[in-house]
Design a protein around this ligand. Structure first.
Ligand code: PHE
Length: 451
């Protein structure tokens, strides 16, 4: 078997893991959730929950990964006693299946992003029919653009950890940041933007403890940090033993929150500029129209009201979305690819192509049965599977992994860990608090618990 890859520096890991974390969830999901859940109140709850719950689970995944330096199945199996091993296998495989299913719907949405970006380029070139085809919902368009997105994702993953994932994350993440900041600056100059800033930054504190808001914020924090499928575990397995894990994890969480907040500063004011320009964004009852498709209805309608500048902005915005999607999709594909290439000793290139093609078939099945399957797969993976697997990861770190091994692992790269706050709080936190909260959330999702 070929030697395992390793990120070549801490910065490389931070960019790759932030690339995984920052995705459609931040730039598409987060602003919509903010707009439909009490503006700043949601932002506040989301930030608190990211630190209280998502960060500890992120650390659990990073520790498991770096400890074993193996694919996700072996990372949980290696620490398990013979009695626990069957559960470890189930957890590992379940994570792989969930990562693959998330990729299968994510790639469809990413394909639309490519379509809208390419559509605006076509418009610049005067190809209005092509633009209409690229931006209208059709079987052929969905299949073709999804395929394009898979080809991009597979060719990056095929090149391995350093020459593929690291190289592209370090190139694309700075561009993403630059694009987002430039777009915020442009939108801020437009009439109506101030109204959006106000809604976004003035929290309606009465809603902060609303259970639905808390559950949505937790789900968002989870999805956004790419937890509960093994992505962070597999990226963690490529971190050098010399690096400080708690610090790396915290940096990724901060970057993820930061970009989500920035995305809000872009999308929410943009919605109000759209409103100002005559685009309908709220229904008679004051609820956001079409919230799930906001990006594909309200924003293109807004860009259209801006003439030539609008077309350029549209190209940039959808490039931003595509970059965000691709640095996340490579991390999803990496989970099954690492498993197939390490546990089954497949050549990485072949593994990437085969696994990628297999998951693409799932996407195609979803596209052919869109109404029945699209929402179903999203719900199944993000509402049920991710929190449950996250809970299991915590149980493995909290109850199965030897405390001494945990300490030894964490001390590599942070020798005085024992004296710090992290070691005082985190171990019992992942042992008791996180599993209990996750269990509560999970039961709530199944309607077994109401609060
Ligand atoms: N974090 C990504 C986003 O916000 C989604 C993701 C989920 C990536 C799970 C990897 C694994 O869009």
């Amino acid at each position: 078997m070929a030697a395992r890859g390793e990120f070549s520096s801490q910065t490389a890991f931070i960019l790759a893991a932030s690339g995984s974390a920052v995705g459609l969830g931040n730039i598409w999901g987060f602003p919509i959730q903010v707009a439909s859940n009490g503006g700043g109140a949601f932002v506040f709850t989301y930030i608190v929950l990211t630190f209280l719950l998502a960060y500890p689970i992120l650390m659990a995944e990073l520790v498991l990964g770096r400890h074993s330096k193996a694919d996700t199945v072996r990372s949980v199996v290696n620490i398990s006693s013979p009695k626990v091993k069957p559960f470890a296998y189930v957890t590992g495989y379940w994570g792989i299946i969930t990562a693959s299913l998330i990729l299968s719907f994510y790639a469809i949405v990413a394909g639309w992003m490519i379509g809208f970006g390419a559509g605006s380029v076509a418009e610049l070139a005067g190809l209005t029919e092509l633009k209409a085809w690229l931006t209208a919902f059709s079987l052929e368009r969905n299949l073709l653009l999804c395929l394009v997105f898979y080809v991009l994702t597979m060719s990056i993953v095929a090149n391995g950890v350093t020459a593929g994932i690291e190289k592209w994350s370090t190139r694309l993440m700075p561009i993403l940041l630059l694009l987002i900041v430039s777009l915020i600056a442009f939108i801020a100059t437009q009439p109506g933007a101030m109204e959006g800033w106000k809604v976004y930054l003035q929290p309606d504190f009465s809603r902060i403890l609303d259970p639905d808001l808390v559950i949505s914020a937790l789900g968002q924090a989870f999805f956004s940090l790419s937890l509960g499928v093994g992505t962070m575990m597999v990226y963690g397995s490529y971190i050098s033993k010399a690096d400080n894990l708690p610090r790396l994890g915290a940096t990724v969480a901060v970057v993820d929150i930061g970009i989500a907040v920035l995305a809000g500063l872009l999308v929410i004011p943009a919605m109000y500029v759209a409103l100002h320009n005559g685009v309908t964004i709220f229904d008679d009852a004051g609820a956001l129209i079409d919230s799930d498709r906001l990006i594909f209805t309200v924003l293109p309608a807004l860009f259209e009201t801006m003439g030539f500048a609008g077309i350029v902005i549209s190209v940039l915005f959808f490039i931003l979305m595509t970059i965000a999607a691709i640095t996340s999709s490579i991390s999803m594909l990496e989970v099954p690819v690492a498993y197939v290439s390490e546990s089954w000793s497949f050549d990485r290139r072949r593994a990437s192509m085969m696994v990628g093609a297999g998951i693409m078939m799932i996407s195609f099945i979803i596209i052919f049965n869109f109404e029945a399957l699209f929402g179903f797969v999203i719900n199944l993976t993000t509402r049920y599977s991710e929190p449950l697997i996250g809970l299991l990861f915590c149980l493995f770190v909290g109850w199965v992994m030897h405390r001494n091994h945990l300490l030894e692992e964490l001390k590599q790269g942070s020798p005085d860990l024992e004296n710090g706050l992290f070691w005082k709080i985190w171990p019992s936190y992942v042992r008791f608090v996180c599993p209990l909260v996750m269990l509560g959330v999970f039961m709530h999702s199944f309607g077994l618990l109401s609060f």
